[in-house]
Design a protein around this ligand. Structure first.
Ligand code: NAX
Length: 327
């Protein structure tokens, strides 16, 4: 058996974690031969609830679950972590402006970035889920000067999976038959779910579906799926978000399937003309624990407009928190 890896999770008593932690302990994220130590982090007032979650995890008697530790601060919780899943964030309250939400979360993710820098394993891989995920990732990475920005990603795999699921449902194919989905940009309603590389049973998806459906129904449906779920369920996506976190981390660590593309929010290096220094979802492939942007995909005029729109939103978000970013 391998040596256990340390996985720190913030917001560990929240709704997403209530699905996520059980999947990790069952070996769905790191593989069926990889024992895990869970370092669970919550706000002080949620520690009782967290103890309940830990008891349930213990009661599942997972063979791969080595140890569980509970923490009410990130400095202890991130200690020696190989992986850090930043799920907890301040939700938008009544009457709260978007800029207030950005600023309040900026303070949280600045502290978390510093704590990762000071306490986590030097090779830690960090996935930010808490919203606004892209800008929170920017803040965390900028506050961790001793870590490489390539160690930080934000979650856009849920958008990717949603696009795949909705296309499968519409076309009658199974998700196994679908490849080449791409999500560009922000995890928000400006994201661009792009089907120009997508295939259904190996043939171009766009030759098999109606262009009007793609542009007028599919794109807005993926963009607004989170809101549609809140309206229907009265609660935000939790189990599907947990699945997406597992999928994104597994691909990052263990690699994407040969030839397959996935989508990850990563620091822009200027590819596709996107401003450097913002976290933007790109089509990537992963191998040996690293991701690489898939290059040379042609982006038509329709796509370029969408890329610019979502890029502009991220630049606006960055401008709101700029004064909190270390130089
Ligand atoms: P919940 O409100 O159920 O749980 C969040 C938990 O985080 C709470 O228990 C809270 O006490 C804890 N928390 C808050 N601040 C913390 C901090 N500084 N340190 C440690 N713990 C902290 O929310 P949940 O449904 O689990 O969603 C978590 C986050 O994911 C939200 O910000 C949500 O907006 C975001 N999402 C992001 C998605 C994405 O694709 N990027 C999709 C799903 C989800 O909406």
């Amino acid at each position: 058996m391998r040596r256990p890896v340390r996985i720190a999770v913030t917001g560990a008593a929240g709704a997403i974690s209530y699905s996520l932690l059980f999947k990790i302990a069952a070996g769905e994220m790191m593989g069926k031969d990889q024992p895990v130590i869970l370092q669970l982090i919550e706000l002080p007032h949620a520690m009782d609830s967290l103890r309940g979650v830990a008891m349930e995890l213990m009661d599942c008697a997972y063979p791969l679950l080595h140890t569980i530790t509970l923490h009410d601060n990130v400095e202890d919780g991130f200690n020696n972590a190989h992986y850090a899943l930043l799920v907890g964030a301040k939700p938008r309250g009544p009457g709260m402006e978007r800029s207030d939400l950005l600023e309040e979360n900026a303070a949280i993710f600045a502290r978390q970035g510093k704590a990762l820098n000071d306490y986590a394993n030097r090779d830690v891989k960090v996935l930010i889920t808490g919203n606004p995920a892209n800008t929170n990732a920017l803040i965390a990475s900028r506050n961790a000067p001793d870590l490489s920005p390539s160690q930080f990603t934000c979650l856009t795999r849920l958008d990717h999976n949603r696009a795949k699921g909705i296309l499968a449902n519409h076309s009658g194919a199974t998700t196994r038959d679908i490849g080449g989905i791409m999500i560009w940009g922000n995890h928000s309603a400006t994201q661009y779910p792009d089907l120009h590389q997508a295939t259904i049973l190996g043939k171009p998806a766009l030759s098999q579906i109606d262009t009007a459906w793609y542009r007028d129904e599919f794109i807005p449906k993926v963009q607004k799926r989170g809101a549609e779920i809140i309206e229907a369920r009265g609660l935000s996506s939790a189990a599907s978000a947990a699945q997406a976190i597992v999928d994104q981390m597994r691909d990052w660590v263990l690699g994407t399937e040969p030839g397959e593309i996935t989508s990850m929010g990563i620091l822009s290096d200027g590819s596709y003309g996107i401003t450097k220094g913002i976290f933007f979802s790109f089509p990537v492939r992963c191998n040996y624990g690293r991701y690489q942007i898939v290059q040379d995909i042609s982006v038509n005029e329709f796509g370029r407009k969408r890329l610019t729109e979502t890029e502009e939103e991220l630049l606006e978000e960055k401008a709101v928190v700029e004064h909190l970013l270390p130089k």
